[in-house]
Design a protein around this ligand. Sequence first.
Ligand SMILES: [Zn+2]
Length: 102
Amino acid sequence: MISTISQLRTGPSFLNAYRAKSRFIDSPACEACGAAYETRSHFLLECPAWEHLRQPLSAACREIGLFGSLHVAPLLTEPKLIKPLATFLDATGRFSCESVRD
Ligand SMILES: [Zn+2]
């Protein structure tokens, strides 16, 4: 899961928007909600399919003084958010296969 997080930081190649660009898959769309592009910010912040799983992540942000909307950069770089982020990634089940292959 840590490797998934570091990939999200550097080059999120396993999200559909990026995989489609690299021709690994045909469609850049989000399979969870049908949005046109599954980008990093869509997956982490916007996808309605994962909204209920974001609550612990939002709570962890407030605990370290990040209020308001979530943003990609602190989620991926703040050490105190790694654990709740890993829990979120795990809960989505989005990377259960890819994390092994990658
Ligand atoms: Zn989505």
